[in-house]
Design a binder for this molecule. Sequence first.
Ligand code: HEC
Ligand code: HEC
Ligand code: HEC
Ligand code: HEC
Ligand code: HEC
Length: 287
Amino acid sequence: MTMESPKTGILILAVVAVAAAAGGLLGWQIRQQPQTVPAAVGYGKPAGQDHLRATYDPIHFKPAIDTATDAQCLACHREVLDDKVRERSPAGISAAASKAWYQEVSTYAGEQDTFHRRHLVTPMAKELMNLRCTTCHQGNDPREEAPGSSATAMPQSTDAFTLRKQVNPETTCLKCHGQMNIEVMGLPSPWRESKDMFGNSCLTCHAAIRTQRHQVNYLKTEAIEAAGAKNADTCYGCHGGRSWYRIVYPYPRHAWDGMAPEVPDWAKDRPTESEARFRMTATVNPK
Ligand code: HEC
Ligand code: HEC
Ligand code: HEC
Ligand code: HEC
Ligand code: HEC
């Protein structure tokens, strides 16, 4: 290889000098940043806690997350309820004019809204559900976004959330966004096609079958029955009408009055009670 020409040498020197100056400047600017995140920015404790400490706040980890209230989470994460979707996408498409397949259930109402708001604060969410932050969020590990990956970090249970996700979809979303299990119900075809045969009501059968249902602290049991009696889409919405998944959720099979004593094969491995942390008898924190 030839020796560097003096010109290249000077160029390299200049680049190094500029980089060093920029680095110094940046470092200086970073040091000039306030060390606490103001509450108004969202992330950061109102009392004043630096960003890193807030990120690793024990509340994100077991066991503290089990007793966390919504108010505690919202003190730092207010934006999950305050943010609204854009009226128009950057490409100019109006939110009001775009309906997705999951918004075609007849119960869909109101303007386009965010995921969190549709589960926590919109009228239907409040009427039928009683979800909390910790119903879905069971932990968050900023280190690798993998549960249980560190021997020294605060303990996380390994099914608290799945890799790179902030929840465990199988134990949360799938409960309300799985397929309708038409095989076990003995329906001749998908609900959209067979509903007229059954008077377009789930209660044609479910007034007497699997009547011990929704006894969980994140659902409003009576309100669901009342709404479902008026419009089967209320039931269908959570049991196939908004199915993000191709699989069904293996619901617990609670004993009901008039139930046959023999257990069908498909139900042999099913639990007979809801998950412990959601039972009506479980201790629930205030919101
Ligand atoms: C003391 C303030 C504080 C509290 C209280 C708090 N968080 Fe956080 N949380 C943070 C900060 C800071 C981050 C890191 C954000 C970042 O760096 O993008 C974070 C990150 C997260 C993330 C990951 C966000 C992402 O984009 O990766 C989730 C999910 C989360 N928090 C949920 C919760 C839940 C649920 C609660 C209540 C159980 C809670 N947080 C309580 C401050 C807090
Ligand atoms: C229905 C389940 C569910 C509930 C209830 C819920 N979340 Fe989330 N949250 C999610 C999912 C799913 C994500 C996105 C996860 C991902 O991107 O991997 C998320 C993301 C977040 C994030 C990351 C930033 C963002 O907006 O994407 C924060 C912070 C957060 N949630 C806080 C909360 C707080 C605080 C509450 C209670 C007020 C709450 N969540 C209630 C499911 C839920
Ligand atoms: C307890 C039942 C329940 C659980 C658990 C649940 N959802 Fe939902 N989800 C609903 C209901 C009900 C709606 C309809 C809300 C509406 O139309 O106003 C909905 C709507 C949605 C929508 C559409 C929102 C819109 O803009 O129309 C998305 C996306 C979604 N859920 C994703 C998820 C994900 C991801 C999870 C798991 C983190 C989850 N849901 C957990 C009941 C649930
Ligand atoms: C033709 C009668 C019939 C109709 C109509 C019907 N179901 Fe079912 N459903 C059944 C039977 C039978 C079972 C299984 C009973 C058992 O556990 O042995 C069942 C079980 C279920 C289960 C539990 C599935 C599981 O895997 O444990 C859900 C959830 C359910 N039905 C929801 C609905 C909803 C929502 C509708 C209306 C959109 C509906 N069903 C309409 C007969 C019906
Ligand atoms: C907001 C969402 C939502 C709505 C609306 C809803 N369900 Fe469910 N359903 C669930 C969830 C979640 C479970 C599982 C609860 C658990 O783990 O015990 C469930 C469980 C069931 C089961 C299983 C019962 C058992 O043995 O434990 C049946 C049957 C059922 N639902 C039928 C219906 C019918 C009929 C309607 C309308 C009247 C309806 N659902 C409306 C979310 C919903």
